[in-house]
Design a binder for this molecule. Structure first.
Ligand code: BGP
Length: 463
C-alpha cells in the first residue's frame, strides 16, 4: 500500500497574532487582555515584542513559501482593527493584514484566518468581556468588517480559537478565574458570536467557508469501572461535544445540560438566539490536537477542590464528575503533556462520525527546548518524530474514511507559548531570542523545516 496523501491535501502551518507579532502598540493598536494579563512568572517573555512577526512578516512568509506550505493559518488582532473593540476602524491595522494577505497570495499560499485567538480587546473586557451581550454585538461588527475588507481574497475563515480551553483553563490563559455561572454564560455568548460569524461570512463572501476551531481530544476512562466511564462521558461532553454540538447541531447536548443543571447554572438567551443557533452551520470543522485526556470518578478521599491547571495535563478535578488520571500507557513530553498519536486517529474518527463534515487540523505539534548550535543548526529530531507519528495517524484516518482535508501544525515559526514563554518552542523556523534578551531575532531553519519541506513535496511520509 502506498502511503500518499490525497492530491490537494492542504499542508499548512499555524500561528496566532499575539504570540508572534509583538509591536503591541504600533500603528494605533489598542491593548488586548493578553497584553495586560498578569503573569505569575515575570522571568518569561511577554507578548510586547514576541518574535516581531509584525515587522518580519515578509521574511517569514518567504521562508514558509520555501518550505512549501499551501495554507497559512494566522489570526487577526482585533485591537489592530478596532483599538477599543468597537467604534472607528483603525485604517493602518486594516491595511497591515491586507498587506499580509497580498504577500501570501503572491506565493500561492491560501490564508486561513482565525477571527480571534485569546486576545479580546481590553476595553471590552473592562465592560464585562464575554459575560455581557454587548461583546457579541462588537464581535459581529468586527467579523463583518473583516469579511467586507478581505472577502474578495480570503474565502476560508475560522471563528474563535479554542473557546473550550479558554474557559476551562481561564486562570492560565486569561489570568483570572471565572465563576461557573458566569463561565457558561460566556460559553453561550461565545457560541452565539460564532453563529453570527457563520451567518455573516455566508452572506457577505461569495463561496465563503467558515468553521469552528476548538481543541478536541478524546477523553478515556481510567479503568473499565462503569463510573469511570461515566466520568469520561461527562468530561467528553464538557470539554469537547458541548462546543461542537452547538456549532454543528445548533443545540445544547443532554449530558452538558445535566452538567449545567447539577451545578445550578442557568443560561440567559436573547430573543434571536434560538433561531440563530438552529439555522447557521459551519462548512468544516477545524480542530487543534495535542494529546488525549484520561479521567476517573472522584471519590471522597480526593477532596472537593475543583479546578484545571493546565489544558493538557491530568491536573483536572470537578467534584461529582471527573478527576484527571495519569495514563500509564502514554509517554509525556518535557512539559508534562502526554503524547498519543493513536488517540489522534480515534479522535478524528469519532469526530467525523458525529458531524460528517470535512475536518482540518489547525494545531498539532511538540513544544520543546531547542538548541541553536554554533553553526546555526537546530537538530530537532524529537519534533520530527512527534510529527511523523501524528501525520501517520492522519493518513490512517484518511484511509479509514475520514474526510480529513488538511494538516496545519503548530507552529510555523517559534512564538511565545501561552504558558512557558519562548523556552517552549514549536516552530519549523527558529527565532534567536531568549526570555529576557530579544537579540536580533534572527531566523534559522530547523531540521524539521527540511523534513516538512520534503513531506509536502512528495505528499507522503519519508519511509
Ligand atoms: C493551544 C493554543 C495555542 C498554543 C498551543 C500550545 O491551546 O491555541 O495558542 O499556545 O495551545 O500551548 P502552549 O503555548 O501552552 O504550549
Amino acid at each position: 500500500m502506498t502511503h500518499t496523501f490525497p492530491e490537494n491535501f492542504l499542508w499548512g502551518a499555524s500561528i496566532s497574532a499575539h504570540q508572534t507579532e509583538g509591536a503591541y502598540q504600533t500603528d494605533g493598536k489598542g491593548l488586548s487582555v493578553q497584553d495586560t494579563r498578569p503573569r505569575d512568572n515575570h522571568e518569561i517573555a511577554d507578548f510586547t515584542v514576541a518574535v516581531d512577526h509584525y515587522h518580519h512578516y515578509k521574511e517569514d512568509i518567504r521562508l514558509l513559501a520555501e518550505m512549501g506550505i499551501k495554507i497559512f493559518r494566522f489570526s487577526i488582532a482585533w485591537t489592530r482593527i478596532f483599538p477599543a473593540g468597537r467604534g472607528e476602524i483603525n485604517q493602518k491595522g486594516l491595511q497591515h493584514y491586507s498587506d499580509v494577505i497580498e504577500e501570501l497570495l503572491k506565493y500561492g499560499i491560501q490564508p486561513y484566518i482565525t477571527l480571534n485567538h485569546f486576545d479580546l480587546p481590553q476595553a471590552l473586557e473592562d465592560e464585562g468581556g464575554w459575560s455581557v451581550r454587548s461583546t457579541v454585538d462588537a464581535f459581529k461588527r468586527y467579523a463583518e468588517t473583516l469579511f467586507e475588507a478581505y472577502g474578495d481574497r480570503v474565502t476560508h475563515w475560522l471563528t474563535i480559537n479554542e473557546p473550550n480551553i479558554m474557559l476551562l483553563v481561564d486562570k492560565k490563559i486569561l489570568g483570572k478565574e471565572i465563576p461557573l455561572q458566569e463561565k457558561y454564560q460566556q460559553f453561550h455568548h461565545l457560541m452565539i458570536a460564532e453563529k453570527y460569524a457563520f451567518k455573516r461570512c455566508h452572506e457577505l463572501i461569495e463561496g465563503g467557508q467558515i468553521g469552528p476551531v476548538p481543541n478536541i481530544s478524546l477523553v478515556y476512562p481510567a479503568t473499565s469501572k462503569p463510573m469511570d466511564n461515566q466520568a469520561a462521558l461527562y468530561f467528553n461532553s464538557v470539554r469537547n461535544w458541548a462546543y461542537l454540538d452547538f456549532s454543528c447541531f445548533g443545540r445544547y447536548n443532554a449530558v452538558f445540560k445535566d452538567y449545567l443543571n447539577r451545578n445550578g447554572i442557568t443560561i440567559e438567551f436573547a430573543a434571536e438566539d434560538q433561531e440563530l443557533m438552529e439555522h447557521n452551520f459551519p462548512d468544516f470543522v477545524a480542530m487543534n490536537f495535542y494529546t488525549t485526556v484520561t479521567v476517573e470518578k472522584p471519590t471522597e478521599k480526593d477532596g472537593m477542590a475543583n479546578g484545571i491547571s493546565d489544558q493538557q495535563s491530568e491536573d483536572i478535578m470537578e467534584w461529582g464528575f471527573y478527576k484527571g488520571f495519569t495514563n500509564p500507557y502514554l509517554k509525556k513530553n518535557e512539559f508534562n503533556w502526554t503524547i498519543d498519536p493513536d488517540g489522534l486517529k480515534t479522535t478524528l474518527q469519532t469526530l467525523y462520525d458525529r458531524y460528517h463534515l470535512p475536518i482540518i487540523i489547525t494545531e498539532n505539534g511538540l513544544g520543546a527546548k531547542d538548541e541553536l548550535t554554533d553553526d546555526g543548526k537546530i537538530h530537532d529530531s524529537y519534533r520530527i518524530n512527534y510529527l511523523n507519528q501524528h501525520i501517520d495517524q492522519c493518513l490512517q484516518a484518511v484511509e479509514a474514511g475520514v474526510d480529513l482535508i488538511g494538516y496545519s501544525p503548530w507552529s510555523a515559526i517559534d512564538l511565545i507559548s501561552v504558558h512557558e514563554g519562548i523556552s517552549k518552542r514549536y516552530g519549523f523556523i527558529y527565532v534567536d531570542r531568549t526570555e529576557q534578551n530579544e537579540k536580533e531575532l534572527t531566523r534559522y531553519k530547523k531540521d524539521s523545516f527540511y523534513w516538512y519541506q520534503t513531506l509536502i513535496e512528495t505528499n507522503q511520509l519519508p519511509s
